[in-house]
Design a protein around this ligand. Sequence first.
Ligand code: SAM
Length: 257
Amino acid sequence: MPSESNSSRAQFNAHAGKYAASEVHRHGPSLPVLLEYAAPMREDRALDVATGTGNTAHALAPFVGEVVGLDLADLMLDHARQRAREDGQTNARFVVGSAENLPFPDAAFTLVTSRHAPHHFLHLDRFLAEAHRVLEGGGRLVIADQISPTSAAQVWMDEYQTLRDPSHHAQRTVEAWQDLTAAAGFVWTRHTLVPYRLEFTWWTAQSGCTPTTVERLRAHADRLSAAERQAAGLEYDAGGRLIAHHEQMMVVRLDRP
Ligand SMILES: C[S@@+](CC[C@H](N)C(=O)[O-])C[C@H]1O[C@@H](n2cnc3c(N)ncnc32)[C@H](O)[C@@H]1O
């Protein structure tokens, strides 16, 4: 496994139990949109990249012939396997691997998904090239990932997100996604933005922030102007204390010609 991947693996192995229980991840509103865009069918061989505790793979399993969930973090996958067993899903299996170097032959799948994860990938271009390679002609790639409203906002957001979770890498704009996916040979079929409101206390506990990191995040947010806070989606209570932030989750369907 390349050493550059260690940060995500360590981060998510350390917090796997919390991700398995997280309602935001199990039932968050990007999931039904992703399913609608993916239009899974019995003939599909599906791959869910960076499956984590398997939420997207579990949601696909009842509709497809088979689904493979892949992730760097083996302890996240242990939860995915356990839930598949509990739900009696015999067509779902889970393997350790990297999004940027998929351990599958060419044209092995008809559907590839990746939800709430590509902002961790250090080389999104390599993941897109790999997704293109493992998809059959006519296959679909459906992604759900958090986006930044502008390139300027992205600079601040990447600092904020990385402070909270060092395995964060880049929260791109829709335009950057369009450029990268076109360069990889995909056709951008349709996308939508799904709003999320994330409570600051939950969000910082989820990734294991220490009290010092929580204070650094608050200080980082408090340095912004009112207009920048609005652009960053920050929410304060009447006493001026940061209580949440709002994120847009882009769900996009890409077709592989
Ligand atoms: C927020 S969690 C996954 C959420 C999950 N897809 C869902 O729908 O609930 C992000 C996952 O991305 C994985 N990850 C990060 N970078 C990766 C990479 N380069 N290759 C494979 N998995 C990666 C992490 O190990 C982690 O399990």
